[in-house]
Design a protein around this ligand. Structure first.
Ligand code: ATP
Ligand SMILES: Nc1ccn([C@@H]2O[C@H](COP(=O)(O)O)[C@@H](O)[C@H]2O)c(=O)n1
Length: 224
């Protein structure tokens, strides 16, 4: 089995962007687990279902054919033959996703798929998502909780969404964290998980810190 790097943390902490860049640098595969939850939320909405209704969500889960790029240099996400790469990032899907993520059958089914992908990745994989270090891959070679202060996370996310009100962006992040943390704990590092706080780091510095942790743990560089 290849090296498994697991990264969790709160909304806007840099899990996907930092993990993707680290995967490129390491020559590893990349797995964005949130994309699968988003794609299922998209499917529920597409079928006219209610994301808060477990029955509607389980019906959409039946035959849910999620695929996404393993190569961190690629960015596609598909449900069956439909490319949903952009559609899963809309505010409508973002608002629906915490609801579907609460359904136990969803978590069980998606986790099975994630574990199969982790087991197949050579020479390694960087996987990110809120329960990766604790539930999906507690056995990972490197487990990191990536965080930053709420203000810094909101400012970084607001820079991505210049048309949206800064206060609304900050509230959306806080609300999603509040909802999601009822299901999994990604605010405190579990035992054996290293906290990487990027509040005072720039993007390159954060990627460099994650890559250094991986190289140390994988024995590719001496621990300084
Ligand atoms: N250290 C950093 N310095 C500056 N910008 C950063 C840093 N880390 C991440 N960012 C930026 O912060 C924004 C949020 O990052 P990203 O989308 O990767 O977070 P996330 O944890 O995956 O969020 P979510 O859970 O909401 O999907 C992005 O614009 C990213 O480029
Ligand atoms: N391991 C995970 C990953 C994601 N979720 C849920 O999906 C939402 C979207 O995740 P992003 O990382 O793409 O923002 C997230 O808010 C969670 O509701 C999850 O439960 N577990």
């Amino acid at each position: 089995m290849g090296v498994i790097v697991a990264v969790d943390g709160p909304a806007g902490s840099g899990k996907s962007s930092v993990s993707r860049a680290a995967a490129v640098e390491l020559g590893y595969a990349f797995l964005d687990t949130g994309a699968a939850y988003r794609a299922l939320a998209w499917s529920v909405l597409e079928h006219g279902g209610d994301p808060e209704d477990a029955g509607d969500v389980e019906r959409a889960l039946d035959g849910f054919a999620f695929t996404s790029a393993d190569d961190p240099a690629e960015r596609w996400v598909r449900v069956g033959d439909v490319d949903v790469t952009e559609a899963i990032r809309t505010p409508r899907v973002t608002a629906a996703v915490s609801g579907i993520a609460r359904v136990p059958a969803v978590r069980a089914r998606l986790n099975d798929g994630f574990r199969a992908r982790l087991a197949a990745a050579e020479p390694g994989v960087v996987a990110e998502g809120r329960d990766i270090t604790t539930v999906v891959a507690p056995h990972a070679d490197v487990r990191v909780l990536l965080t930053a202060s709420p203000e810094v996370r909101a400012s970084r996310r607001a820079r991505e969404l210049p048309e949206e009100d800064h206060g609304a962006v900050a509230r959306s992040i806080a609300e999603r964290d509040a909802k999601d943390s009822r299901v999994v704990d990604f605010l405190e590092a579990a035992e054996g998980v290293t906290t990487l706080d990027s509040t005072d780091l720039d993007f390159a510095g954060t990627v460099g810190a994650l890559v250094a942790l991986v190289r140390q743990a994988a024995g590719l560089e001496p621990v300084s």
